[in-house]
Design a protein around this ligand. Structure first.
Ligand SMILES: [Zn+2]
Length: 127
């Protein structure tokens, strides 16, 4: 079995927004952190859910993956100075990978990669 880092990831109050994901353990750059999976939906359904303010939908180049029912990954916050990246895995999942070394206690962040987020962003790079 592949060792999963997911057990070392905790959901806590974030200084960025609402809740966020934090690591107990040092995570070296390039390390796989967790598999991102959820309900696979089509584009039409994705648009419908986004209109209902579902902000937990990922896209892997093939399908839209709604992570609303997950315990952890849905809480990952955006930061322009992100420390994690999302890579394609297969049709129904993605991978969360460390983009740089992450120290224990640090919040995990990704670049959400859509226009609106940059306008609303208050990270150190934006402010
Ligand atoms: Zn920013």
């Amino acid at each position: 079995m592949i060792e999963s880092l997911e057990e070392n990831i905790e959901v806590k109050q974030s200084n960025i927004h609402g809740k966020g994901l934090f690591t107990h353990k040092f995570i070296p750059k390039g390390q796989e952190i967790m598999i991102i999976s959820g309900e696979v939906i089509d584009e039409k359904e994705c648009i419908r859910r986004e209109e209902e303010n579902n902000v937990y939908i990922f896209w892997n180049g093939d399908s839209y993956i709604d992570t609303s029912n997950t315990e952890k990954i849905k809480y990952i916050n955006h930061n322009c100075d992100f420390n994690c990246e999302v890579l394609d895995r297969d049709e129904s999942s993605l991978l969360l990978v460390a983009y740089k070394d992450i120290k224990p206690g640090e919040e995990l962040t990704i670049d959400y990669g859509y226009e609106e987020i940059y306008k609303a962003c208050s990270c150190t790079l934006c402010s």
